[in-house]
Structures are given as structure tokens and as C-alpha cells.
Write a protein that binds this ligand. Structure first.
Ligand code: GDP
Length: 299
């Protein structure tokens, strides 16, 4: 939480300072409300949430002096209202064995790293994991996943660069079934020659996965990079249409993050948010806690 708070404070400090400058010894009027709304929109919270916040701030306070702490607490509680319904861990209750997690997202968002971190969590919880190096487009992704596998003691199913990624996914599930593993996590490519090609490739991966287990994938995890701002909103649309995303992880909330975008996405897509990435290390994945996130956003 401290890490998240420090990271987000970098991004939200302008909002916090902004709130302070809008509300230091000022009466609430049309101008202050507009300024507040601009600030909230700049913080990527999305129009709807920005409006909900300004409405809540305005309610019963017009022409009165409003204090900064009061505004911040309203921001936090309105943001929490949006985020609480999407706070949801990945359900690994053993209904499916192996539970197949397909991990999708644009290159560089942190897919491979997130698989490693999540696999460590799952292993520590006493479950066995098989990793599938399905980003067969990039040698570095295959090597990186192998390193993660060694580090946490999870078998990695990999082939050479250029191999068929759907076939790789099939093999990884087969290996998990044969070894009676609890979970199999499959990495995927985040960039091919173009978007249409990438989406049809992912659709094929899903089709082939179903040949091995028709109930799979049980979780389709979209990894989003907080620093990409509004792009993340588009990525949710595109991947949801192609492969039916079931949940999100947002990474890089430790850096120059713009955590507000997660609020806009939660409001728009309503998809479960499972966890957040707050660093490059193996322990830098935290369960998503709406209230903590909302407090960090409000500064
Ligand atoms: P992929 O292309 O989606 O598989 O992305 P990678 O897993 O290779 O990650 C891309 C870069 O982002 C790497 O340098 C990671 O170390 C870094 N990264 C991943 N998650 C986080 C995070 O939560 N915080 C920070 N600061 N860096 C991250």
C-alpha cells in the first residue's frame, strides 16, 4: 500500500495541490466547481465520475466555505463507490483443474512480469502452476518466462520463436493435465503485424485451447499499463471484443502512473480488477483493494 501511495502520490500530487489551490479559503461557487471538475478530468477519472464528485461536493455546500480535506474525503468516497464493485480476486477454488488463465495485452504492458509475480503468489498458496510461453513472436518473452519459471520452480512449456502460439497453448494445458497441476498460465503475443492479425491470432488460441478443455480458458486476464492513460480504455474495448476478457490487472502504478484511468475503466467496463503491479520485482503485485486505491487517488 505504501508503494502504491507513493507512486500514485507522484501522479496525483498535481490533483491534490490543485484541490488545495481551488479550495483554500474559498466559497463554493460555479467557478470553483468548474475548476474542480477540470482537475478531475485531467486526472483521467472520466467525465461521469468527475461529475458525480462535483455533484457530491456541491450538494448543500453552495456559497459556503469548503475545506480541502472535506473535498478530498468526498473524492475518496466517490472513487471507492466506483471501485468497490470491481474489487475481486481471481477465483481459484479448484472447480477447474487445471484452471486455465490466458494472459493478454499489448506488448510492454507487463504481461510476462505479471505472470511471474502471479505464479509466485499461486505457488506460495500451495498450488502448482505450469507456465506456457505463448508469446512465440519474441525471443525475449520466451527467455524471460523461462527465468521466472526457474525462479519460482514452475515448469515452463516453450518452443522456438516463430512457433505456433495456439499449439503452444494446447501443449501447456496438456502438460498441466498430465502432471495434475492446479493452474496453467499462458502468455500471448501483444503485437503482430497489425491489430486485426493479433486479434485473429488470439481468437485462434482460444479455439485451440477449447480442443483440449472445452470449458477453458477459465480466466482471460488483460494486463494494462497505467502509464498509457486513455490508450488503456481502448485496449479494454479491443481485447474484450476479440477474446472476452474476464478480469484486469493494472501495472506500473508505482511509476509515473496515472491511476485515475483505472476508475474510468471500472466505470465504463465494470470488469473485475484482480491485482495491481507496483514494481518490477517478484513481490510487487498486490491484491486490488478499492478503498486503499481510492484514498491514494484522493491524495
Ligand atoms: P510484456 O511485453 O507485456 O510481456 O511486458 P514485460 O513483462 O516484458 O514488461 C515490460 C517492462 O515493464 C519490463 O521492464 C518490466 O520490468 C516492467 N514492469 C512490469 N510490471 C511493472 C510494474 O508494475 N511496475 C514497473 N515499474 N515496471 C513494471
Amino acid at each position: 500500500f505504501k508503494r502504491l501511495k507513493e507512486g500514485l502520490s507522484r501522479s496525483t500530487s498535481s490533483m491534490t495541490t490543485g484541490i488545495a489551490s481551488v479550495f483554500t479559503k474559498r466559497k463554493l461557487d460555479g467557478a470553483t466547481v468548474d475548476e474542480l471538475e477540470d482537475l478531475l478530468i485531467q486526472a483521467d477519472l472520466g467525465i461521469e465520475t468527475a461529475t458525480a464528485i462535483t455533484d457530491a461536493v456541491s450538494d448543500g455546500r453552495y456559497d459556503k466555505e469548503v475545506d480541502e480535506a472535506e473535498v478530498r474525503s468526498i473524492v475518496a468516497s466517490e472513487v471507492a463507490k466506483v471501485l468497490e464493485p470491481v474489487e475481486q480476486p481471481i477465483l481459484l477454488d479448484g472447480t477447474h483443474k487445471p484452471h486455465v488463465i490466458l494472459v493478454v495485452g499489448v506488448n510492454g504492458t507487463g504481461k510476462t512480469t505479471t505472470i511471474g509475480k502471479l505464479a509466485k503468489h499461486i505457488t506460495q498458496a500451495g498450488k502448482s502452476v505450469v507456465l506456457g510461453a505463448g508469446d512465440t513472436f519474441r525471443a525475449a518473452a520466451i527467455d524471460q518466462l523461462k527465468i521466472w519459471g526457474e525462479r519460482i520452480g514452475a515448469p515452463v512449456v516453450a518452443r522456438d520463436v516463430g512457433a505456433d502460439s495456439a499449439g503452444l497453448a494446447f501443449d501447456a494445458i496438456a502438460r498441466a493435465q498430465e502432471t495434475n497441476a492446479d493452474v496453467v498460465m499462458i502468455d500471448t503475443a501483444g503485437r503482430l503485424h497489425n491489430k486485426a492479425e493479433l486479434m485473429s491470432e488470439l481468437e485462434k488460441v482460444v479455439r485451440v485451447i477449447k480442443k483440449r478443455d472445452e470449458t477453458a480458458p477459465h480466466t482471460v486476464l488483460l494486463v494494462l499499463d497505467a502509464t498509457t492513460g486513455q490508450n488503456a480504455v481502448n485496449q479494454v474495448d479491443v481485447f474484450t471484443r476479440a477474446v472476452g476478457v474476464t478480469g484486469l490487472i493494472m501495472t506500473k502504478l508505482d511509476g509515473t502512473a496515472r491511476g485515475g484511468i483505472l476508475v474510468a475503466i471500472a466505470k465504463k467496463a465494470g470488469l473485475p480488477v484482480h491485482a495491481i503491479g507496483v514494481g518490477e520485482g517478484e513481490d510487487d503485485l498486490q491484491p486490488f483493494v478499492a478503498r486503499n486505491f481510492a484514498n491514494a487517488i484522493a491524495g
